[in-house]
Design a protein around this ligand. Structure first.
Ligand SMILES: Cc1ncc(COP(=O)(O)O)c(C=O)c1O
Length: 435
């Protein structure tokens, strides 16, 4: 017991004293954390509101009904839309959506993983290197290693971004859709820094008789804050995670017209999961109450302002963010000219208490476990109160570490200069606390 409490304390300190630039993470309020740590975790409640397989669920029903009501408000659901709030994670939400509307063996089409797509959008690769021969540079036919269950269950074809601009090319996606006739077209990803034209994607899907699913796991909070476009009411299915920019407890939501949600509910249970995590649903609900406060929209605007300031500063120091810019909370930087791969670079930055993750970039030539890029994001530091002046400082610190790496290679990790950067990070983070 004491050991675990000690670990929790140390992790809390780490989160508050290091500079956390992982775009998929955030710092929740104490109220959200209390809800997650509550007795609600004890209750089994397989089923949906008013129709459970276990007795004693009157308060769980009250909670889930309230959660659904807030989801409707936060994401401005059309009258005939509903939601499922029980998927345990974003990957499960995507799988549940697939099980709801597809048959095994059907064709799905999502974004290529190195270009920013997510594992759960049908990722597979060829372990011997190279790809199955594609006739078009925009087309990825996958490989023999079906890494994710979405590639095992379905025939996955992926579209790539434009090699020059690193942006989605809707005409090319349309051509590929006509060629492969997917049953489901998927957008969204973990590392695509630009907005997606949901209307165009829906048109492409419709033109080939496909359904369109928008996975907005990353952008959910920015959509709720009204600072980026929303696919709700345009796409046929919207999936999202609740713990990234949305700043609520860990979990996922599936939004769709009621006709599809009925199938989604069955896909979640009994198709995929057992009992929902009611404590997490409570933490998501408290998070959604906070999203409805005016401060949340301000927070999301600050997240974007911070990311764009960081991006501008890095560009002015000679770096090349993927696609040239960010519309949202994340930036991808090609670090291949530092002389080291993304893993070493991320590890050396971490020694200076700057926490980023290694990431593949479009046209990736290296392995996924040591790729050519690093990914930076602003949701967490913005929750701690850092603003645009601090982003300028962070760009300066990252640049100084990358220059040090160019000069000293892996030896940078043990240098006095890196220790000095770590002290600067400590001086910066001690001025801020979660708000
Ligand atoms: C676009 C996208 N979809 C799905 C997921 C999966 O979410 P989870 O980690 O909750 O399974 C992620 C996670 O980063 C994501 O970025």
């Amino acid at each position: 017991m004491n050991k675990v409490l000690g670990i929790i304390k140390k992790e809390e300190q780490r989160q508050l004293t290091q500079l956390n630039l992982i775009p998929s993470e955030n710092y929740t309020s104490e109220a959200v954390r209390n809800a997650v740590g509550s007795v609600l975790m004890h209750k089994y409640s397989e089923g949906n509101v008013g129709a459970r397989y276990y007795e004693g669920n009157q308060f769980i029903d009250e909670l889930e009904e309230y959660c659904l009501e807030l989801v409707r408000k936060v994401f401005k659901l059309p009258e005939d839309w509903g939601a499922n709030v029980q998927a345990l994670s974003g990957s499960n939400a995507n799988l549940a959506a697939y099980l709801a509307v597809l048959q095994p063996g059907d064709t799905i089409m999502g974004m290529h993983l190195p270009d920013g797509g997510h594992l759960s959008h049908g990722w597979s690769y060829e372990p011997q290197g190279g790809e199955q021969v594609a006739q078009d540079t925009f087309e990825y036919l996958g490989g023999s290693n079906k890494v994710n269950i979405s590639a095992k269950l379905f025939n996955s074809i992926q579209y790539k971004t434009d090699p020059e601009t690193q942006l989605l090319d809707y005409e090319k996606i349309s051509t590929l859709a006509k060629k492969h006739k997917p049953k489901l077209l998927i957008t969204g990803g973990t590392a695509y820094p630009r907005n997606i034209d949901y209307g165009k994607m829906k048109e492409i899907a419709e033109s080939v008789g496909a359904l369109y699913m928008a996975d907005v796991a990353h952008e959910a909070g920015l959509i709720a804050g009204g600072v980026v476009p929303s696919p709700v009411g345009i796409a046929d299915i919207v999936t999202l995670t609740t713990h990234k920019t949305l700043r609520a407890a860990r979990g996922a939501l599936i939004l769709a017209p009621q006709t599809i949600i009925k199938k989604v509910n069955k896909a979640v249970l009994p198709g995929l999961q057992g009992g929902p995590f009611n404590n997490n649903i409570a933490g998501i609900t408290v998070g959604l109450e906070e999203v409805l406060l005016p401060e949340f929209a301000e927070y999301t605007q600050k997240v974007i302002n911070n990311a764009q300031t960081l991006c501008t500063e890095l560009i002015s120091r000679g770096y090349h963010p993927v696609s040239g810019w960010t519309d949202k909370h994340l930036i991808l930087i090609d670090i291949s000219d530092s002389g080291l791969g993304g893993r070493d670079v991320a590890q050396i930055l971490a020694k200076a208490d700057i926490i980023v993750n290694m990431n593949t970039i479009p046209g990736e030539k290296r392995k996924p476990n040591d790729p050519s890029g690093i990914r930076l994001g602003t949701p967490f530091v913005t929750s701690l109160g850092l603003g645009e002046n601090e982003m300028i400082k962070i760009a300066e610190l990252i640049d100084s570490v990358l220059e040090l790496i160019k000069e000293k290679g892996t030896e940078a990790a043990n240098s006095a200069e890196l220790a000095a950067v770590k002290r600067e990070v400590a001086n910066l983070t001690k001025l801020f606390k979660p708000r």
